[in-house]
Each structure stands twice: as structure tokens, then as C-alpha cells.
Write a protein that binds this ligand. Structure first.
Ligand SMILES: [Ca+2]
Length: 176
């Protein structure tokens, strides 16, 4: 219970910091972009995905993307899953949850119901791409969405937000 309260408080503080950083750092270059990959959809999806060169927990992932003028990624359709798959294939994606990547999905706003939201956009998670038997909230501490390779297909897993993963950033939506 204490851990949940602490994590929720950390999320709130991070959101506040993110808001400040957004305004301060918008438009800056992605750090260490030499190692990043991007892909732009040819048709429906008007966004680019970028892969981080480093690993970190989900809080670190938010800060990394925001400091680059981006936001932690959302995946809201089959088309976006296909787009992300192409990006990750170029990034030498490997099998196994430890080789996964952070997205911005989280149920920490209401951990009792495990209702997921895309924290980067505030939108409820409607489209899903969970792997078989996921989300399982293993250890009752897995509240956040990451993506990895399972049986040669990318799919989602719920992770402990403290897990060290690489992360996917995306271009920000136009403001206002
Ligand atoms: Ca899980």
C-alpha cells in the first residue's frame, strides 16, 4: 500500500515536471540521436517513432522523451503497431520481455481498477495488443505498458514501472 501511494505521488510529481519541461525544451533535438531510429507512415499515421539508445525505468523514459521535444509513445491502432514493428525491426529487436521498450500506457492513476490510460495524451487505452496471458499484474506491481517481441510478433506486457527498458518516443501532437 505504501509503495502504491509512493509510486502514485511520484507519477504526479513527474507529470508536473513534465509540463514545465515541455514548455522549456520543446523543439530540442533528441539526445544521442545517432543511435535513434525513426519511421514515418506513408498513409494514415501522421507521427514518427524514435527508439532510445539507453535503458531506464518508465519515469526516466518520460523525462528522456520530453527533454527531446517528444513524448513517450502511444500505440492506438493496428496501423501504428505495423509502423512500430518496422521501426523495431530496424533496431534489431530481440525476443524476451527484458528486451522490451516502454510505451506511455499506465494504470497508476487508478491501480485498483487497472484501467489503462496513455499518460502522454490523457486518452484511455482502447486499442490493445496484449501478449497471451498479459496483462497479469505479476507481483501486484505491474501497472505500465511496454512492448516486446513474442513468437516473432510484437505485443504488450504490463511491467513494474521500475523495470529498466529502452523506450519509444513519438512526435508530439500539434498544440491547440
Ligand atoms: Ca506482465
Amino acid at each position: 500500500m505504501m509503495l502504491t501511494q509512493l509510486t502514485t505521488r511520484r507519477t504526479t510529481i513527474l507529470s508536473f515536471l513534465a509540463l514545465i519541461l515541455c514548455e522549456t525544451l520543446y523543439g530540442s533535438e533528441i539526445p544521442q540521436s545517432r543511435s535513434s531510429k525513426s519511421y514515418k507512415s506513408k498513409e494514415k499515421v501522421d507521427k514518427k517513432y524514435y527508439v532510445s539508445p539507453d535503458k531506464g525505468n518508465q519515469f526516466r523514459a518520460y523525462i528522456y522523451c520530453i527533454s527531446a521535444g517528444l513524448e513517450l509513445a502511444t500505440v492506438e491502432s493496428e496501423e501504428e503497431t505495423d509502423m512500430l514493428n518496422e521501426v523495431l525491426e530496424k533496431d534489431d529487436l530481440k525476443e524476451g520481455w527484458n528486451e522490451g521498450y516502454w510505451l506511455s500506457g499506465s494504470s497508476l492513476a487508478d491501480p485498483e481498477t487497472l484501467e489503462y490510460y496513455w499518460v502522454s495524451t490523457g486518452q484511455k487505452v482502447i486499442y490493445t495488443n496484449w501478449a497471451k496471458n498479459q496483462p497479469d499484474n505479476a507481483g501486484k506491481k505491474e501497472f505500465c505498458i511496454g512492448v516486446g517481441l513474442v513468437d516473432k510478433k510484437i505485443a504488450w506486457n504490463d511491467y513494474d514501472p521500475e523495470t529498466e527498458l529502452r523506450y519509444i518516443c513519438q512526435t508530439r501532437r500539434p498544440c491547440c
